[in-house]
Write a protein that binds this ligand. Sequence first.
Ligand SMILES: [Mg+2]
Length: 315
Amino acid sequence: MKPLEILRSKYTGCMVGAAIGDALGKQNEGLSRKDILSSGYVTDYGAALPGCPGEKLRAGQYTDDTEQMIVLTRSIIDCGGFNAGDFAMWIGKWGADARNDPARSSLVGPASSAAIARLNSGISWEESGSDIPSCGSAMRAAPIGLFYKDLDDVESNAALSSVPTHKSKGAIAGAVAVAIGVRCALLGMDCLEIIKTTCARASNHDSELGKKIEHSFNKKDSAPGDVFAELGTSYSVYETVPCAFFCFSRHSGEPKKAIIEAVNSGGDTDSIACITGALCGALHGIGSFPNKWVKGLENIETIEALAGTIFEIRQ
Ligand SMILES: [Mg+2]
């Protein structure tokens, strides 16, 4: 492939990888690592077990993580860059729709739900965000890393993109980490360089998260079960984001293995696998994922087209 074709494939790989991870991970959302291991290691699309938040979704359907990433991408394309007011308006509309849909209402976490209610009651985006440090703004942040080429621009816009729903320093640092990780992967940095740059930029907002991501990299050769138990796998940004960077670092050359590791981590598996998929796709391109995962993904044409549009705008 020519260099520009490779780069385009990294753009589409990032967004499609995120959605693949989300669609695979939703099967285990909310389950403990122990329950996952006893109910069966997930290696392909399927329906979520009864009681999981995504139990009404079909095989290959993704959750709120990818839906919010798509909302963010459309807003960036419409505005020619990140515009907090425009994004806040669209995320408010998306949230109202999702909360009124019986198949999707249980997917939206408490921080996003509270922020969406505030946005839709007329509170400004500067004030609407929740103080809960959950991963809702990190899991959707990849398109910021696709759109902005300069790391300072990636960092500032990723931080801003968190604020309408998640204004804690941890959540802001999580969004920065994911967007910076994506941009570094597009630039072709190796895994160690990606981690170093990501930790430095995340630490500008919350050194605790930066240190934990660095620690997750240092644990990449340890037994995954032990690492997930130590890091934690809840919806907290201090757990999901380091877990995703652990899965990415452990299998940085093998996207399929990285995503399967994340899908079976435990807890917030859809978000951990979504972030892992975005990083892997940005580093290796869409061709690095099994064809059946790409073909079996809900709305694959839409997601590829959105990533392709961002790529074209930026060339
Ligand atoms: Mg989700």
